[in-house]
Design a protein around this ligand. Structure first.
Ligand SMILES: NC(=O)c1ccc[n+]([C@@H]2O[C@H](COP(=O)([O-])OP(=O)(O)OC[C@H]3O[C@@H](n4cnc5c(N)ncnc54)[C@H](O)[C@@H]3O)[C@@H](O)[C@H]2O)c1
Ligand SMILES: [Zn+2]
Ligand SMILES: [Zn+2]
Length: 359
């Protein structure tokens, strides 16, 4: 089948809209008709050539849709089911998966992500195209491993919940799983994009007593207050004496500021990601004497099949604001413009919507 998609032919090349051949799902895989895809800063890192991914690649890793075909052996998903896509599918058999840590699946870390392929090491895209993070949501249809599709309730807007697939799962999970923020903790959040605003909501749900949001852009700080920040600052250097500080940007200066802003016993959580190869500095003596920790957080250390439906229940119950994180919608044809808007700091999450996405 020929599928319209936003692709990158080489690092630094312009984002192009083209048609790419998509094979039918193999055993243990499903085909999904995409409803909407969120534009995340990680797509921007790839487009700018800041991370090495195999190209040509069909972009996008945050999306939702409707199951349109199931491969052999898939018995627990059927055509018509609503799904949110997960960029950490799981093999189910590696040491990490069998020990209950699917967010760290070794096959995803060693094969799927670096190879631009699905769990079996091959691509369903034709013409030499690769999958981005096993998802490639900037396309009208995708094929993903069964474990990369999370069945969700049908009474929520299918486009809005697309952002749960990356930003919201990452932010909420970083607070709840990676850091385990307890009630009454004081929290700093550097960066109020889709990821940082989700960290703020995670901290609110964890009943943090102070949530200090930091962003250079005053408009983002307004949204931060709406979703739970108790205080705001423009400069990360103003943060200090906090139990947990989340870097939701990933510039070296913000990572170092997160570590420097910790209270005794505090933890800095690295969620935002720098270009490959960049190094940050910290003072080991001060860190040890103050009993502090630096924690890396990939996909919020979540178990996608269980936590994505739970996050959507929170939204349905009115406890989580997803709508404030969505700054606009554009057709898939305008993927390049949506990425430029994000780069310029004009937008939060833009949803790319598909012509036959069923919305
Ligand atoms: N660890 C993970 O699993 C994971 C998952 C998703 C995204 N990410 C990463 O998280 C980061 C954030 O993603 P996003 O989509 O929310 O990005 P975004 O571009 O929407 O948000 C970044 C925010 O940082 C602000 N900012 C930039 N420089 C600043 C500075 N020096 N001081 C204060 N504020 C500043 C911008 O105004 C913007 O609001 C990216 O690096 C992305 O790759 C990591
Ligand atoms: Zn993302
Ligand atoms: Zn595994």
């Amino acid at each position: 089948m020929s599928v319209k998609a936003a692709v990158l032919r080489a690092p630094g090349a312009p984002v192009e809209i083209t048609h790419v051949e998509l094979d039918a799902p193999h055993a243990g895989e499903v085909e999904v008709r995409i409803a909407a895809a969120g534009v995340c800063h990680s797509d921007l890192h790839v487009v700018r050539g800041e991370w090495e991914v195999p190209t040509p690649v069909v972009l996008g890793h945050e999306g939702s849709g409707v199951v349109s075909k199931v491969g052999e052996g898939v018995t627990d998903l059927e055509v018509g089911d609503h799904v949110v896509l997960s960029w950490v599918p799981q093999c189910g058999t590696c040491r990490q998966c069998v020990n209950g840590r699917p967010w760290q699946c070794e096959v995803v870390a060693n094969v799927v992500a670096p190879g631009g392929v699905l769990l079996d090491g091959t691509s369903r895209w034709g013409d030499g195209f690769h999958h981005y993070l096993g998802v490639s949501a900037f396309a009208e249809r995708v094929v993903v491993p069964r474990s990369g599709a999370v069945k969700i309730r049908k009474d929520v807007p299918l486009d809005v919940v697309a952002i749960v697939g990356c930003a919201v799962a990452t932010g909420l999970g970083a607070v709840r799983n990676t850091a385990g923020v307890p009630p009454d903790a004081t929290v700093g959040v550097i960066g109020c994009g889709g990821v940082g605003l989700s960290v703020i909501q995670g901290a609110r749900l964890a009943q943090a007593s102070r949530i200090v949001a930091c962003d250079l852009n005053p408009a983002k700080l307004e949204v931060a207050k709406r979703v739970g920040a108790t205080e705001t600052v423009a400069d990360a250097a103003e943060l200090s004496d906090l139990d947990y500080v989340f870097d939701a940007i990933g510039q070296i200066a913000t990572t170092e500021a997160a570590i420097g802003a910790l209270a005794l016993g505090g933890a800095a959580v690295i969620v935002g990601l720098p270009p490959t190869g960049q190094m940050a500095r910290f003072d080991p003596l001060a860190l040890a004497e103050a009993n502090q920790r630096i924690l890396g957080s990939n996909y919020g250390s979540i178990d996608p099949q269980h936590e994505i439906p739970w996050i959507i229940d929170l939204y349905k119950a009115g406890m989580l604001d997803l709508d404030s994180l969505i700054s606009g919608r554009r057709p898939l044809d305008q993927a390049a413009e949506a990425l430029e808007d994000l780069a310029a700091g004009r937008t939060l999450r833009t949803l790319l919507t598909m012509e036959d996405g069923g919305l």
